[in-house]
Ligand binder design. Structure first.
Ligand code: ADE
Ligand code: ZN
Length: 321
């Protein structure tokens, strides 16, 4: 079903999309011992979400230079393009690339952009960046990340987000960072309603004034909130395969994406960290088609919703679909 349908992905973590073979190769080159994060088949291995965050962080250890990020970006976009993605927004974390030192961040960003330009010419896929602090590293670090984001905001760095452990702190702790990003012209999204319940989504909307929510699926536990999301046209970056792999829902048919859509919420589909969850955009489409009997018309509507909700400029958007 998914085959060649053009796909727009709004929620993808750059390091989280790193093919495990790529990270293993880089670790060998740099003599970094991270054998513990792989299972016997060479896939990333973790027990639960909090362990996943640790394994994710360990997988970034061999990514040391801008050149490493250049190679990573090329590897990731090759996989995305092969799954039919034509436009992608990726979370970039100065906490992992370049530290929060602005001059190093600029170098890393430059390398990533160069690779994105190459991939656009090679595979026809367009990439834009969303700078994203890591919630469990705390609000002070998020402020420094926001300053990096504000200094590099423009036609390529188009958004600001918040990832990491949703149970760490409250959205309002990050209001300063989000205000700074908004003033710099960045569009806003935050992970919420994944490990936190509906109140976490309400808090992110009220205290961070985001226009999209990363995941947001647990809004389904509060139908008044679902109605509010639908009325306000808040877009959910839903990552069903991620939620199922991390044990949030037992299987595809129990995932709330279908009900959220039926209730009028603007849902989109993304992979989050595809190799960690043994998924691709093509696989997400296939699984959704099977679980909910979604046809090409539904996927076409989802791609259009995603393109409209993309943070890029109008000219780029017009070329998406
Ligand atoms: N970082 C990478 N993947 C994530 C997820 N699913 N939730 C929160 N932070 C993340
Ligand atoms: Zn995510």
């Amino acid at each position: 079903m998914s085959g060649l349908l053009p796909k727009v992905e709004l929620h993808l973590h750059l390091e989280g999309a790193a093919p495990p073979g790529f990270i293993r190769g880089l670790a060998a080159e740099k003599k970094v011992d991270i054998a513990r994060i792989f299972d016997e088949r060479g896939n990333y291995a973790y027990d639960d979400f909090w362990h996943f965050l640790k394994v994710y962080e360990a997988a970034t250890e061999p990514l040391k230079t801008p050149e490493d990020y250049h190679r990573l970006t090329l590897a990731v976009l090759e996989e995305s393009a092969a799954a039919g993605v034509i436009y992608s927004e990726t979370f970039l974390s100065p906490d992992f690339c370049g530290g929060r030192d602005l001059s190093a961040w600029r170098e890393f960003l430059h390398a990533i952009r160069e690779a994105a330009d190459l991939a656009e010419r090679r595979d026809g896929i367009v990439l834009r960046g969303i700078v994203t602090p890591i919630r469990h590293l705390g609000p002070e670090k998020a402020k420094e990340v926001a300053l990096c984001a504000a200094e590099t905001a423009g036609d390529w760095v188009v958004g600001f987000g918040l990832a990491g452990d949703e149970k760490s702190g409250k959205p309002k702790d990050f209001s300063w960072a989000f205000d700074a990003a908004r003033e710099a012209g960045l569009r806003l999204t935050a992970h919420a309603g994944e490990w936190g319940g509906p109140e976490s989504v309400r808090d992110a909307l009220r205290d961070l004034r985001v226009e999209r929510i990363g995941h947001g699926v647990r809004a389904i536990e509060d139908l008044a909130l679902v109605d509010e999301l639908a009325e306000r046209g808040i877009v959910l970056e839903v990552c069903p395969g991620s939620n199922i792999a991390l044990g949030l829902y037992q299987d595809w048919r129990s995932h709330p994406i279908h009900e959220l859509r039926e209730r009028g919420v603007k849902v989109t589909v993304s992979t989050d960290d595809p190799p960690f969850f043994h998924t691709t955009m093509a696989r997400e489409y296939d699984r959704l088609a099977t679980a909910f009997d979604w046809d090409e018309g539904v996927f076409d509507e989802i791609a259009k919703t995603s393109a409209k909700a993309a943070f890029c400029d109008e000219k780029t958007r017009e070329n998406i679909l």
